[in-house]
Design a protein around this ligand. Structure first.
Ligand code: FES
Ligand SMILES: [Fe+2]
Length: 380
């Protein structure tokens, strides 16, 4: 069931393959509150949502309080080392249990001190002995599904959704040349951007804007990309050759770090850009991987997390930190260049005179996401 107005559903019906003939997503998808509510329900509370690199929770007790689809979610690593996700809501009278991130061996509600283990079981509930039928076993934290694949963490709030492997399809096969599960996050940064969450992810997945927005920094490094891959999972992916590493600016290629272990052939000379729907995207380069999550804060504002990852062997080399700084700077500069354009795009898109456009030939991944989105948003 979707609450989308009929006219919007008609507009979404014009978003379908082939991309050379498709309309872009309707402007309302970028500024309408009804659409955001439907996205939260149909994409974020139904799908397997990528929440970044799993090494964010490396030790037992590492936790984060996240918002997924408007739902407070607690993600943590339990004593056995398994990644877990729970409704971040106390089973007594509903207070939010965890805030921010950190490490803890138990979860104590700040309101009346009900205490849960990392397995979600209610361990302590002061002054509840007066209720003879009160059973702690009935009041554990509500579990969600959490999985790790290729070093990424995914959660799913809907028990009816199929399993993660069906969701990801041939994700593993397409990324098998890169040792994704062995990459280590060396830098994570969180920020807000003043645009709809989809705009942030779209710009990361198209080559069209590179010479115009990044011409002075790294736009010239990227050549003509390969055709977009045909995939069976909820993601789009496109590989392209680069002159040097895409992880550094053109003027700083001398700081390039070693290729990832096992990478060979053309994969040593390019970057694979992937968007794991709905809201996580990454670029697997020769030497580094950079990952973004973008989740909605409002129709015109999103929370963005950026992670930069390298193989352990690279991290262990002399002078790594100084060289890695050049990668971080390139990511920050790219983000600022994109941010300016995205905020401008949001302003234009919010006009009552904004209309559905058409996809350029360098935007097949943006189109693939739009097809998936239109399908999810209009499915009965
Ligand atoms: S609301 Fe959590 S202990 Fe009362
Ligand atoms: Fe960009």
């Amino acid at each position: 069931m979707t609450a989308l107005p009929r006219t919007l559903q008609d507009d979404l019906a014009r978003v379908r393959p082939p991309y050379a003939q498709s309309a872009t997503l309707p402007p309302a998808c970028y500024h309408d509150e009804t659409v955001l509510a439907a996205e939260q329900a149909l994409l974020f509370r139904r799908g397997w949502v990528g929440i970044g690199r799993a090494d964010r929770w490396s030790k037992p007790g590492d936790f984060s309080a996240l918002d997924i689809g408007g739902v407070p979610v607690a993600v943590l690593r339990d004593k056995e080392g398994t990644l877990r996700a729970y409704a971040n809501t106390c089973r007594h009278r509903g207070a939010k249990l965890l805030e921010g991130c950190g490490n803890t061996q138990r979860i104590t509600c700040p309101f009346h001190a009900w205490t849960y283990g990392l397995d979600g079981a209610l361990r302590g509930a002061p002054r509840m002995a007066h209720a003879p039928d009160f059973n702690k076993g009935d009041h554990g934290m509500i579990p969600f599904r959490a999985e790790e694949r290729s070093g990424f963490a995914f959660v799913c709030l809907d028990q009816e959704t199929g399993d993660i492997d069906g969701w990801l399809g041939d994700f593993d096969a397409i990324h098998s040349p890169w040792p994704l599960d062995q990459l280590v996050t060396t830098r994570r940064r969180e920020l807000e951007v003043g645009c709809n969450w989809k705009l942030f992810l779209e710009v990361f997945n198209e080559y069209y804007h590179l010479p115009y927005v990044h011409g002075g920094t790294f736009g010239e490094i990227y050549g003509e990309p390969d055709p977009v891959d045909e995939t069976t999972g909820a993601f789009t992916s496109q590989f392209g050759l680069t002159k040097g590493t895409g992880g550094l600016k053109e003027s700083e290629q001398e700081f390039a770090l070693a290729p990832m272990p096992g990478l060979n052939g053309r994969n040593c000379d390019g970057t694979r850009y992937t968007w794991a729907y709905p809201a996580m995207t990454f670029a697997a380069g020769t030497d580094a991987m950079w990952v973004y999550e973008a989740r909605p804060l409002a129709v015109d504002r999103c929370h963005v997390s950026m992670s930069v990852c390298f193989p352990q062997a690279t991290i262990d080399t002399d002078g790594f930190a100084a060289r890695a700084d050049h990668y971080y700077q390139r990511m920050d500069e790219a983000l600022e260049e994109d941010r300016g354009m995205l905020e401008r795009q949001q302003a234009g898109m919010t006009s009552p005179f904004a209309r559905q456009g058409r996809f350029g030939e360098l935007e097949p991944s943006v189109a693939n996401f739009a097809f998936w989105y239109a399908e999810q948003m209009t499915a009965a």
